[in-house]
Design a protein around this ligand. Structure first.
Ligand code: PHE
Length: 365
């Protein structure tokens, strides 16, 4: 990055520095966008209380993706061309982040996704970062847990073919579970927006699996769990971080008891920094943060830290500062960005018990 004096944004009193967010504030993944906005807002408020960045306060511009890639891309363009934000935070879902990343990369505006785990997201280019692990690791974690801890040998998969996340995580799980000596008996699929999964579940039941891996988002998973029980499928359900929402338990209820999923963090982790964050988040929003809320907070704080270190807030300077992040103390664990602009972090396995996600174990990379 050439340090061009002309591109330098001169601090102009109380003129705020704009941070952009794109998230699903409505639709079937609405908790992703709302939680992310809450986490980001808290980080900005705390930074402003501590004096802002380069003498300027920070302000958030948040747009709704409605959970759709086309809307996410349009929102990213608006943040870039109309609002001239210095950085874009989001999306949560990989398909939406991929659509936004094309715009951010082309414009040279840094983008950090809190929770998009599909490897293709950061491959969009050198302006695209994430503060979470990727699905080759997450798929391996759940395959190992299913095989080694739950001693399962025969599983089936139900995936969302319209979600890059779901397809990718299903692939990684199948690959690893088979490599460990287990059998993946059959795979059935659905498309985002479907509400009747009985045909697929009936087919899967015939294969007599010991467990069902469902790498979907919480709304679909809640409905699938209920329909599976109605059809007499009593086996454990397994999933990934897409289950992460308090809505999951309202939608799935009893049907989810005894299920397991991998995630980015557990609220039961006694780490004092995390517990202090949970207390502040609860005071602000009246609820415990989910993984998206926690990681969006981390993404925002990491961006603010980079803004402070960057010589100026131009795209190239901020990009370089973000890329240089090492051992950043996130509430969801320490963040070091690797050469692929991904974070290398541990995953936790949670078990649904009493309508809550209880910590079972943590698996390191
Ligand atoms: N990892 C999911 C994806 O890439 C998104 C997600 C992460 C959702 C964490 C909820 C919690 O699409």
């Amino acid at each position: 990055a050439a340090p061009a004096a002309a591109s330098k944004q001169t601090p102009s009193g109380s003129e705020p520095i704009l941070v952009g967010q794109v998230g699903s504030l409505t639709g079937s993944e609405a908790t992703f966008g709302v939680s992310a906005r809450q986490g980001i807002s808290l980080a900005l408020q705390e930074a402003n209380a501590a004096g802002g960045v380069k003498g300027q306060p920070l302000a958030l511009r948040a747009y709704d993706s409605q959970g759709k890639p086309e809307e996410a891309a349009q929102a990213a363009s608006r943040l870039i061309n109309q609002d001239h934000v210095v950085v874009i935070l989001g999306e949560a879902a990989s398909s939406n982040s991929m659509a936004m990343a094309d715009k951010a990369q082309a414009a040279g505006v840094p983008m950090i996704t809190p929770t998009s785990t599909n490897p293709a997201v950061t491959r969009k280019g050198d302006y695209i970062f994430r503060v979470c692990f990727i699905d080759p690791f997450q798929g391996e974690v759940m395959a190992r847990f299913a095989h080694d801890n739950l001693h399962l040998e025969r599983v089936a998969v139900l995936q969302d073919n319209k979600s890059a996340y779901s397809v990718g995580l299903a692939d990684e799980f199948r690959r690893k579970f088979t490599e460990l000596g287990g059998s993946v008996l059959s795979t059935e699929s659905y498309s985002k927006g479907d509400t009747d999964f009985r045909a697929q579940l009936t087919t899967l039941k015939k294969a007599r699996p010991e467990a069902l891996f469902i790498p979907g988002y919480y709304t679909d998973v809640g409905i699938i769990a209920r329909q599976a029980r109605e059809l007499g499928l009593t086996l454990p359900l397994l999933g990934g971080d897409g289950w992460d929402s308090t809505r999951l338990f309202e939608l799935g209820g009893e049907a989810l008891e005894g299920s397991y999923y991998s995630n980015h963090y557990s609220e039961e982790n006694p780490d004092p920094t995390l517990q202090a964050f949970i207390a502040r988040y609860k005071a602000a929003y009246g609820q415990v943060p989910d993984g998206v809320g926690a990681l969006a907070y981390d993404a925002a704080r990491l961006a603010i830290d980079a803004m402070k270190r960057a010589p100026d807030l131009s795209g190239p300077a901020l990009r370089d500062a973000i890329a240089a992040t090492r051992d950043f103390p996130g509430v969801g664990g320490s963040i070091t960005l690797d050469a692929n602009r991904d974070a290398v972090k541990q995953a936790v396995i949670l078990k649904v018990e009493g309508g809550k996600a209880r910590f079972v174990t943590a698996l390191k990379p």
